[in-house]
Design a protein around this ligand. Structure first.
Ligand code: IPE
Ligand code: IPE
Ligand code: MG
Length: 222
C-alpha cells in the first residue's frame, strides 16, 4: 500500500456551478469555500498530513475586477472571522505564491494566520495564492545562482521542505495543470473529475485515496 503524505487540489468549476444554479459565479465561489472546509476536516480525520489548495493563480488577474475583489474578500473573511476555528482544529496554515504583490490588508491577514497557527500539528493546509509555477521555478533559479543541485533548487521553491504531492485532484472536467506545481507533480498520481468543485465531497476523496493506495508507483523502476 502506498504511503500518503500530501494531496493537492485544483478546485475548478466554482463559476460554472454558480451559473448552473441560476445564480452568479461568485455564489459558486462562496459555496467553494464550504467545500474547502469540509475537505480539510475530512482530510484531518483521515490523518493526511498535508493538503494543498490552488486558490488563485497568477493568471487569474485576467478576470473581471469584481470577481477578483470578491475572491480576496472571501479569503480575508475566512482568516479573520474563522481564525479561532482554524486554530482549534489544529490546522497549520502555509502559503505559497507571490504574496508581495497582494494588498497590505490581505498580506497582513495571511501572515497573521500563518503566525497564529505555527505550532499546530494536526494537518498542514497549504494555500496557493497568486501562485504560478513557472515563476516559482524562475525565482528558484535566480536565487541559487550557480549552486545548481537538486536539494538547493527544491528548497528555493515556494514549497521549500514540503514533500511533493502524492495525489493531484482536479475537479471541473478539464485535464490540465494550469501552471500548478509543474515541478512538484513530476511523479504524482493524477485524478481528473467531471464534478464541479462545490459538488466535490468526502466520499469522492475517500474513493480516490483507495485507488491511490492500490496503484503501482514505479518511479522508473520495474
Ligand atoms: C476555480 O473555479 C476557482 C478559482 C479560480 C478561484 P473557477 O472560477 O475557475 O470556475 P469555472 O472553471 O469558471 O467554472
Ligand atoms: C485553475 O483554474 C486555477 C485555480 C483553481 C485557482 P482556472 O479556471 O484558472 O484554470 P484555466 O484557466 O481553466 O486553465
Ligand atoms: Mg476554471
Amino acid at each position: 500500500m502506498n504511503k500518503l503524505s500530501h494531496i493537492a487540489f485544483i478546485m475548478d468549476g466554482n463559476g460554472r456551478w454558480g451559473q448552473k444554479k441560476k445564480k452568479s459565479r461568485n455564489f459558486g465561489h462562496l459555496k467553494g469555500v464550504e467545500t474547502v472546509k469540509k475537505i480539510v476536516s475530512a482530510s484531518a480525520k483521515l490523518k493526511i498530513p498535508i493538503v494543498t489548495f490552488y486558490v488563485f493563480s497568477s493568471e487569474n488577474w485576467k478576470r473581471p475586477k469584481t470577481e477578483i475583489k470578491f475572491l480576496f474578500k472571501l479569503i480575508n473573511r475566512y482568516f479573520t472571522q474563522e481564525i479561532e476555528s482554524v486554530i482549534s482544529q489544529g490546522i497549520k496554515v502555509n502559503i505559497i505564491g507571490e504574496l508581495n504583490k497582494l494588498s497590505k490588508d490581505i498580506k497582513n491577514t495571511l501572515k497573521k494566520a500563518v503566525y497564529l497557527t505555527r505550532n499546530n500539528k494536526k494537518i498542514i493546509v497549504n494555500l496557493a495564492i497568486n501562485y504560478g509555477s513557472k515563476n516559482e521555478i524562475l525565482n528558484a533559479a535566480k536565487k541559487i545562482k550557480n549552486k545548481v543541485n537538486l536539494k538547493n533548487f527544491e528548497t528555493n521553491l515556494y514549497t521549500r521542505t514540503l514533500p511533493n504531492p502524492d495525489i493531484l485532484i482536479r475537479t471541473g472536467g478539464h485535464q490540465r495543470l494550469s501552471n500548478f506545481m509543474l515541478w512538484q507533480l513530476a511523479y504524482a498520481e493524477l485524478f481528473f473529475l467531471k464534478k464541479l468543485w462545490p459538488d466535490f465531497n468526502q466520499t469522492d476523496l475517500k474513493k480516490i485515496i483507495v485507488k491511490y493506495k492500490k496503484s503501482i508507483r514505479n518511479f522508473g523502476k520495474i
